[in-house]
Design a protein around this ligand. Structure first.
Ligand SMILES: [Mg+2]
Length: 321
């Protein structure tokens, strides 16, 4: 089988059901009823995933991190394009990659409508570039929309994927249940799409946590021209962090990255509704929501303890590899 037929066999799944025209022509055609939310993410082997990662997991994560951006805007997934730079075309690798990719695509009804595949020069890393498109029935959960006094909330737990990566790279035992659930989130993050949709009427601003809470919340603070005040005693630490020192735990939860949870701000009057949503999500999806701070006049992100006293420390983003 030629390379072209292989790509077609692996990625073509029949006529588009969600757009006017899908794969197979010079362009796909989309005629949206609503505002289109568009985002691109590029993943490079050795930088965003380990070069020896399972192809299923690479395909899964490549689309999941893109859907996480749609979730952070409150958008509903519609379609995506895929551009691959492949050092070699290997049938088994491509088929496993496509299985991972489509397991996420099918769950969130996000259709592959086009793309390109190029043979990368010898020695070049595998690169994957995805552009996702979603639909918005409102103005979106923008980073600039936080108000003074807003509560800051975060979904799920923090620091697990970053700790799992440390353990993976140090050849530590990975069989305990807190480690394996952290590893699952590192390798196959579940984008918080349903949460993003539910936040349309409850949150003012949101961001997904890819680089670590402190850095990503810093973008909301900067763009809203406010200060984010985080109570570190409220942070939902991943269970896998329980054996670590207080500093290491804080450092991984604040700056470890790869969490793909949502951080968002909401009017304090929505607290009860968000507590109820948290209970519902815990029952249906296995993660809750935690109130971790508030927005204040000023700038940047500051950390306080449960008595409101400042917590000092340098929490820099981890170098991934
Ligand atoms: Mg993002």
């Amino acid at each position: 089988m030629g390379e072209f037929e292989l790509i077609r066999k692996v990625f073509y799944r029949g006529p588009s059901r969600k757009t006017l025209l899908g794969m197979g022509d010079d362009c796909a055609l989309i005629s949206p009823d609503k505002t289109l939310a568009v985002s691109s993410d590029m993943l490079i082997a050795g930088r965003h995933f380990l070069p020896n990662a399972e192809p299923f997991d690479i395909g899964f994560k490549a689309l999941a991190v893109n859907l996480s951006d749609l979730a952070a805007m409150g958008a509903s997934p519609l379609a995506f394009t895929l551009a691959l730079g492949l050092p070699q075309a290997d049938d088994a690798w491509l088929e496993a990659f496509a299985r991972g990719l489509f397991s996420v695509a099918d769950r969130y009804q996000c259709e592959l409508i086009g793309g390109d595949t190029t043979r990368a020069p010898a020695g070049a890393p595998l690169t994957i570039s995805i552009t996702v498109m979603g639909e918005l029935g409102f103005g979106g959960l923008r980073r600039s929309a936080a108000q003074p006094g807003d509560h800051i909330w975060v979904s799920g737990t923090l620091g697990g994927p970053a700790r799992a990566l440390q353990l993976l790279l140090s050849d530590a035992a990975l069989d305990s249940s807190p480690v394996s659930s952290a590893l699952d989130r590192l390798l196959r993050p579940e984008p918080r799409v349903e949460l993003g949709l539910r936040l349309q009427h409850l949150a003012r601003s949101a961001i997904d946590i890819s680089d670590g809470l402190i850095g990503d919340l810093g973008h909301i603070a900067d763009q809203s021209r406010l200060r984010a005040v985080l109570d570190v005693s409220k942070l939902p630490f991943a269970p896998v962090l329980s054996q670590l020192s207080a500093y290491d735990r804080l450092s991984l939860a604040l700056a470890g990255g790869d969490d793909y949870e949502l951080a968002f701000t909401a009017d304090p009057s929505n607290r009860h509704a968000l507590d109820a949503l948290s209970d519902a999500l815990l029952a249906s999806h296995g993660f809750g929501l935690t109130l971790i701070g508030h927005m204040h006049d000023g700038d940047g992100v500051s950390l306080v303890d449960e008595d409101g006293r400042p917590v000092h420390g340098e929490f820099k983003a981890y170098e991934h590899f």
